[in-house]
Design a protein around this ligand. Structure first.
Ligand SMILES: Cc1cc2nc3c(=O)[nH]c(=O)nc-3n(C[C@H](O)[C@H](O)[C@H](O)COP(=O)(O)OP(=O)(O)OC[C@H]3O[C@@H](n4cnc5c(N)ncnc54)[C@H](O)[C@@H]3O)c2cc1C
Length: 395
């Protein structure tokens, strides 16, 4: 019976990057992903690398490491992640206080610059000037998230890793030690299991009686086919309601409701934004909802309503996008209560680690943190990983 050094559950950006870095360090690694046709948060993400956004020493360091790594990742992985840099426009609406909103970004490593409606429309000619009061602008990185996962997975296999399409049904326990996993087709043994299951991290751990402060929102978005329209920038609201929703859904009063079935813990929010991929597809988002049931499915009436509402909201800001045919999608997105990821061994358990809950600049921070995690496992040394340990919530 083969025993892997590591089993990694989930091949979104977190699991793909972590598996590659662990295998590169010489560990034997099995990466298990439940779906051949990927429909996860990474697949539907906008791909923004918000390297300007760090507000603490720790997040500035991670964003700096992240952008340096992204700039060389295609060469290292020998596959084009479609990395480029472009302007991010943070939209401010009539009735909102531009100066007050700009001040909320003043502490960022590179604070976005407040601009008027004309300059915003010069940068992004598809914007509707009537819908805006002002905007903030900052340079940021963009990747194609699907391409980046493919790049990591191919490089992982080249350095000896094993990737299987198989769903983990159960974590195998011996007392308080996790010794492997049971999948739909077989049992795999390992010295360590890393949970990188995105929004499904919480339910998977819970099914084994393991609790971690990682939660999930359900995102809904639209995606067009490649189009002749050209978005010059990435557009999102300056006042992101998703962050407020995550904060609300992890307050102590709401937190205790997460174990109740079939609860909606807060009213849904809609942050109207859009990004165009290099192949011409446009992603338009996004609704975020907080249901305690990760399996909840929308019927066609609810889907249609959600699609119409996202379309109406984007049509006000970027009118040309409102006329494009688009398909509706949903996925789960993990987050933690303090916006720092949960990384490391789970207190009270042996053989089980978490690498999830990234909500502040996930795509930017995952590559450097995956590298640090693998290095830590090889050497036992890293000065910042303990700051992101799930044990921090026990203090
Ligand atoms: C519309 C939208 C826009 C976004 N824009 C940005 C952005 O611009 N910049 C940014 O940094 N972030 C952005 N994000 C957030 C970012 O995409 C996610 O935080 C990140 O991709 C999460 O990666 P993950 O690996 O944790 O999860 P996922 O990508 O969801 O991957 C988890 C994987 O685990 C697998 N899995 C789960 N359970 C099991 C099991 N039991 N067995 C086997 N496999 C399993 C799933 O099938 C899935 O493939 C956006 C998200 C959305 C929805």
């Amino acid at each position: 019976m083969k025993t892997y050094d590591w089993i990694v559950v989930g091949a979104g950006i977190t699991g793909a990057a972590l598996s590659y870095e662990l295998a590169k360090k010489g560990f034997s690694v099995l990466l298990l992903e439940q779906n051949k046709a990927i429909a996860n948060a990474t697949r539907f993400s906008y791909g923004g690398i918000f390297y300007w956004s760090g507000t603490t020493e720790l997040t500035r360091l991670l964003n700096t490491e992240g952008i340096h790594l992204h700039r060389i990742l295609s060469d290292e992985l020998e596959f084009d992640t479609q990395f480029r840099e472009l302007d991010l426009l943070l939209t401010i609406y009539p009735g909102e206080n531009s100066e007050e909103i700009a001040a909320t970004y003043a502490n960022c490593a590179i604070p976005p610059r407040l601009i008027g409606v004309k300059e915003a429309c010069d940068l992004e000619p598809l914007l509707n000037p009537q819908a805006l009061a002002a905007a903030l602008v900052v340079r940021q990185g963009i990747i194609n998230p699907e391409a980046t996962v493919i790049a990591y997975c191919q490089a992982f296999k080249r350095v000896g890793g094993c990737l299987e399409i198989d769903r983990v049904l159960e974590l195998l326990k011996q007392n308080n030690t996790i010794i492997g996993v049971k999948t739909a087709s077989q049992i795999y043994h390992s010295a360590n299991v890393a949970i990188c299951a995105g929004g499904l991290t919480r339910p998977l751990l819970k099914s084994a009686g393991i609790f971690a402060k990682v939660y999930f929102t359900r995102a809904e978005l639209l995606e067009t086919a490649p189009t002749y329209l050209q978005l010059q920038t990435m557009v999102v609201p300056a006042r992101l309601k998703r962050l407020q929703l995550e904060a609300l859904a992890s307050t102590p009063e709401i937190e205790k409701l997460w174990d109740e079935p079939e609860r909606e813990l807060a009213p849904p929010i809609l942050d109207a934004g859009a990004i165009q991929l290099l192949d011409g597809r446009i992603r338009i988002g996004q609704y975020s909802r907080v249901f305690t049931n990760h399996e909840i499915l929308f019927d066609s009436t609810n889907q249609l309503k959600s699609q119409e509402e996202i379309t109406a909201k984007i049509a006000n800001i970027l009118p040309a996008l409102g006329n494009l045919p688009a398909s509706w999608h949903q996925c789960l997105v993990a987050f933690s209560p303090d916006r720092l990821p949960c990384i490391g061994a789970i207190p009270g358990w042996q053989g089980i680690h978490i690498f999830s809950g990234f909500s502040s600049s996930p795509l930017g921070m995952v590559p450097p943190l995956a590298r640090r995690f693998a290095n830590y496992m090889a050497t036992g040394e890293d000065e910042i990983l303990p700051l992101m340990s799930p044990a921090r919530f026990l203090k």
